[in-house]
Design a protein around this ligand. Structure first.
Ligand code: NAD
Length: 420
């Protein structure tokens, strides 16, 4: 995952530079977009259960706030680095811009191994982080959220510590909170659901009948599981293959979501799933090359590269994962007529519902789940078409189309503010 951030940053840099050239951007705008506006490095002494004090290091990067308060997750990871956090903060800037929510991009992290820490130690670390950066974040400046190895419980402790600093409750200073503390309905499946709305729009443009479409999904975590459930529920498409880190399973008759989920919960993997004759094992590599209409990478970065891009026959690649396709593969897929829905558009449903959480916190009134879905649909559909229009106008691949939309929006905000 840390590597994923770095890969992403390289892609961001290459693509942003190319987008700047295509759009004939003012060099000052381009220069400003190369740098984070602010970075915080904090040192956190934490009392451990054995009575010793351990010193942790944390970061928060506020990459660009021209369009609004910076927004982005907070990662707890032993290999965390400022470079990764910075790259991911830049990525959040493009993601919030492409879905046109009034937020900028940020990211944070603490170097730690949460798997080796007790709940008490994690709570003290979370509170120490907020005491260190609490004066520089908030609902009008910078709003963290869960990310790698951080949870709704951690968000709740952080919200509580922040309330102690301010002297009153400020639920909108962080998102991904538990529902009783001001979380939003619909956050759980928001990433996959947002991706579904973009798949629906792409299918309309390409003339694909989703009710008769076949789907393969790589990865069976939060993004992949909900993708399986929703693609069947919303469109009636047939999911013929799914996989996780241990391998995958294929059935031309289609894989039932409830049965596969039950198997995954009992056996810990989908790779050994058996239901009827005709169910076959597939490797993760084979899954990507299956003859399906829609391929959904929902696991890791760097899965589609120059080594396999020419073998991908899907009509749509919907990137729920971050960075699953390398830049070289992007070009090959584009030439072969594969429609890639780029990651920072396809998986922006999560941050969009996080933004809805902030809005609900601000007016202290909470929406029904149907309202969340309807508003998410409108945001994702509008974003998809803005990107599709840019692809037509500039005659570029889909990822470049998305960069052009994002960079133009951030550049416009910086110009209106008089920064450039
Ligand atoms: P997760 O940890 O819940 O699940 C990851 C899944 O990928 C697991 O099923 C794991 O077994 C599988 N996996 C690991 N290695 C694999 C391999 N080599 N081949 C196939 N599968 C493999 O993670 P998630 O939250 O579902 O995130 C998946 C991707 O989606 C990541 O790239 C993440 O950055 C991206 N994403 C997630 C969200 C979200 O809200 N969850 C939002 C934006 C982007």
């Amino acid at each position: 995952d840390v590597l994923g951030g770095l890969v992403g940053s390289e892609m961001c840099i290459r693509d942003r530079a190319e987008a700047a050239e295509i759009m004939d951007l003012d060099p000052a705008v381009h220069e400003l977009l190369r740098w984070p506006l602010r970075e915080f490095h904090v040192t956190l002494p934490v009392k451990m259960d054995d009575g010793t004090t351990q010193v942790f290091h944390g970061f928060r990067v506020q990459y660009n706030d021209a369009r609004g308060p910076t927004k982005g997750g907070l990662r707890f990871h032993p290999d965390e680095t400022i470079d990764t956090v910075r790259a991911l903060a830049a990525w959040m800037t493009w993601k919030t811009a492409v879905v046109d929510i009034p937020l900028g991009g940020g990211k944070g992290g603490i170097i730690c191994n949460p798997k080796e820490m007790s709940m008490g130690e994690l709570e003290r670390l979370s509170r120490a982080y907020i005491r260190a950066i609490g004066h520089y974040i908030g609902e009008e400046t910078d709003v963290p959220a869960p990310d790698v190895y951080t949870t709704p419980q951690i968000m709740a402790w952080m919200m509580d510590e922040y309330a102690a600093m301010r002297g009153y409750n400020v639920p909108g200073m962080i998102t991904g909170k538990p529902l009783p503390l001001g979380g939003s309905e619909g956050r759980g499946d928001a990433t996959a659901r947002g991706g579904m709305y973009t798949i629906r729009e792409a299918a309309k443009i390409l003339g694909i009948d989703l009710a008769n479409a076949t789907v393969a999904i790589q990865g069976y975590g939060n993004a992949g599981q909900f993708a399986h459930q929703l693609v069947a529920e919303l469109f009636g498409s047939k999911v013929v293959a799914v996989s996780d880190s241990k391998g995958g399973v294929y059935d031309e008759h289609g894989l039932d979501f409830d049965k596969v989920m039950e198997w995954k919960q009992q056996e810990g993997t989908v790779a050994t799933y058996e239901c009827c004759e005709g169910t076959k094992k597939v490797s993760n590599e084979e899954l990507l090359e299956l003859d399906v209409d829609i391929l959904i990478p929902a696991a890791l970065e760097n899965q589609i590269g120059p080594w396999n891009a020419a073998k991908i026959t899907a009509k749509i690649v919907a990137e729920l994962a971050n960075g699953p396709t390398t830049p070289e593969a992007d070009d090959i897929l584009h030439e072969n007529g594969v429609y890639v829905i780029p990651d920072f558009l396809c998986n922006a449903g999560g941050v969009t519902v996080s933004y809805f959480e902030q809005v609900q916190n601000a007016y202290d009134f909470y929406w029904e789940i149907e309202e969340v879905h309807e508003k998410l649909d409108r945001k994702m559909t509008a974003a998809f078409h803005a990107v599709h229009d840019a692809i037509q106008q500039y005659k570029v691949n889909t990822r470049m189309g998305a960069y052009i939309v994002s960079v133009a929006r951030v550049a416009e905000a910086m110009s209106l503010r008089g920064w450039v």
